[in-house]
Design a protein around this ligand. Structure first.
Ligand SMILES: [Zn+2]
Ligand SMILES: [Zn+2]
Ligand SMILES: [Zn+2]
Length: 82
C-alpha cells in the first residue's frame, strides 16, 4: 500500500502534529498494480472492487517543534470555554 508523507509542526504541550498543508508533500508508491493509489494501477481498471483503497499509516515529517498547544486545540479551547 502507498504511504503519504505530511509536513507539519509538533506542539509540545498538547503533543499534536499540526499539518501545514492540505496535501501530502509526497507519496511513496508501493508499485502494486492492485493498489488504486499506485502509478502502476491501470486508469480504467475493471476489478477495482477488489483492489486496495486504503493508505499505509501516514508518515509525519516534523518541521518545527513548537512550545504551547496546536491551533486546533487553541480553537477548541476558545470555543469550549473552560
Ligand atoms: Zn499502493
Ligand atoms: Zn483497480
Ligand atoms: Zn493540539
Amino acid at each position: 500500500m502507498c504511504c503519504r508523507i505530511w509536513e507539519g509542526n509538533k506542539y509540545q504541550d498538547c503533543g499534536h502534529f499540526y499539518h501545514l498543508w492540505q496535501e501530502p508533500i509526497s507519496v511513496i508508491d508501493c508499485n502494486n498494480a492492485s493498489c488504486t493509489h499506485s502509478a502502476r494501477h491501470p486508469p480504467n481498471c475493471r476489478n477495482c472492487f477488489h483492489h486496495l483503497k486504503h493508505w499505509e499509516p501516514d508518515m509525519l515529517k516534523t518541521l518545527y517543534r513548537r512550545t504551547g498547544i496546536c491551533p486546533n486545540c487553541k480553537r477548541a479551547a476558545a470555543a469550549g470555554g473552560s
